[in-house]
Design a binder for this molecule. Structure first.
Ligand SMILES: CC(C)(COP(=O)(O)OP(=O)(O)OC[C@H]1O[C@@H](n2cnc3c(N)ncnc32)[C@H](O)[C@@H]1OP(=O)(O)O)[C@@H](O)C(=O)NCCC(=O)NCCS
Length: 158
């Protein structure tokens, strides 16, 4: 049976649809404004993968992942800047599909580790990241604003 989803790389023409989906996925202050999303998506080395429904014309954007390559001390890492799945299409394996493809792409660079921040109140995302092999690291108080704490999660690639 053919997959109900397909992935492709983003182009600058996708930014507005990505931004609309981000607004659906995140409340203030966790969401990006369009200029910030453009900045990260167009950064050199950024990996931006979009997921669409295979059926339907034009294809509907169901999710995306945005990874940026960073160098911290002597370590090259791929940072998960955002991961968004449309609320009507969750628990269908889309995030896992996007992260798996993103990991493969990141592993093909010099990045040895995937890293991200997640809000300590975002139980769905924490469950998801732990399920796909991320481990909790440093607690970062007030990362998203006063009283809005994060925890860093990471996963060794390869
Ligand atoms: C977190 C998020 C990306 C997960 O996307 P998804 O496509 O629904 O995830 P998947 O279908 O690939 O889920 C795989 C597993 O993750 C865990 N998981 C995902 N959503 C969950 C939920 N609401 N409750 C409990 N576990 C959940 C489960 O283990 C799930 O496996 P299962 O469905 O067999 O139980 C999605 O909920 C989302 O976009 N949330 C808003 C944006 C966000 O928080 N992004 C991450 C920020 S760092």
């Amino acid at each position: 049976m053919s997959s109900p989803f397909f992935l492709r790389d983003a182009s600058p023409f996708d930014l507005e649809a990505m931004h609309r989906l981000d607004q659906l996925c995140f409340a203030e202050p966790f969401r990006f404004d369009l200029a910030t999303m453009r900045h990260y998506a167009l950064e050199p080395g950024a990996i931006v993968l979009l997921a669409f429904a295979s059926q339907g014309h034009p294809p509907e954007l169901l999710g995306f992942v945005l990874l940026n390559l960073l160098r911290r001390r002597s370590l090259d890492l791929a940072y998960v800047t955002t991961l968004d799945v449309h609320p009507d299409h969750r628990r269908q394996g889309l995030a896992e599909l996007l992260m798996s493809a993103g990991e493969t792409r990141a592993a093909a660079t010099s990045a040895g580790v995937l890293r991200l921040h997640v809000s300590t109140t975002n139980r769905e995302a924490i469950r998801f990241y732990e399920r796909i092999g991320f481990s909790p690291r440093v607690f970062v108080p007030d990362f998203y604003g006063e009283g809005l704490d994060a925890r860093i999660y990471s996963k060794v690639l390869g």
